[in-house]
Design a protein around this ligand. Sequence first.
Ligand code: AMP
Ligand code: MG
Length: 345
Amino acid sequence: MINNRHIQCAFVATLALSLWSCNSGGDDPIVREGVAMNTYVTISVYGSSLSAGETGGVIDKALEEIDRIEVMATDYSDTSEVGRINVGAGVDSISVSHELVGLLRASLEYGAASSHAFAVTVGPIVKEWDFLSEHPGVPERSRIDSLLPLVNDALISIVDSTVFLQRKGMALDLGAIAKGYAVDRAIDLLKGYGVTKAIVDIGGNLGVVWEGTSMLDSTAASIFIRHPRREGEFFGSFLVGEGGVSTSGDYQRYFMNDGIRYHHIIDPLTGYPVQGIVSVTVVASDAMTADALSTLVFVLGKDRGMEFIRNVPRAECLIVYEEGGVLAHVLSPGFKGKFIPTPAP
Ligand code: AMP
Ligand code: MG
């Protein structure tokens, strides 16, 4: 199942990303790469009724679509829709697009369904940890404690398409869902132009369109999961048809301090990075669902996370965790026999 070409492919990709895909159908894809949403973007189109030139043009439009969503949803700018909401916190109701309200409402539903393990209001805490800075450090506990009351989805008011954060200092952060959403929009755009086989990858958030095949019972692409602790190696692989795949990992944005790994996935109850879970990979019917669920399950942890996934139709997951310094993993029932772990060296 894992042939040499796949292995080479995986080695190249695991250097930077959590997931990598290789088409197993033999077609030569038309591929474009870019950078958006603070990460790498790759769009590969394997089949359409278009000429090569036309296909390249359509991929460019899909890249523009991803840029459009970044401009809307980033919290790294004061002028994006999310940025304006954050600047207005405690002061103003901000009028935004129906699209952003839809994305926000989806985030709030994941929050409510997970007893707020998923919290789109986690922004002030994420900013305090500042994982993107060159020299991140551990914030004072008193500072984290003072910010925690701002992490509260109930303090968001949405009326039609205006959004108001009720307390000064609150901030939305769509980092756990926006990449998956952008993947889905790019896939929709490609489909609209007659593309029938394609893979869109935004920093390890994958969307696959493959002639209406089903999610885990097809051979559209071999997906490789990066080994969370061994650079350049992969943890395992599986085959997918149409759907979305996402990995949340403690190795994606982190720093070490006194032997403790501080990473970017925050438990909203404590304001500190979740400990014990190493990575979560979710396969779902679309990329936004996979993206949101991989973060949500990471925060819920092994047992509650697996229980959560059991109740989501058409979603499977792999949880890698650390116990006594040793890596172990657990699979949801529908993933067993499909996820193939890489044999230990
Ligand atoms: P992901 O890589 O999809 O798991 O998303 C991680 C990103 O989501 C982080 O970089 C934060 O911007 C944001 N985030 C961190 N913790 C949470 C949380 N508990 N709920 C929602 N978003 C979070
Ligand atoms: Mg996510």
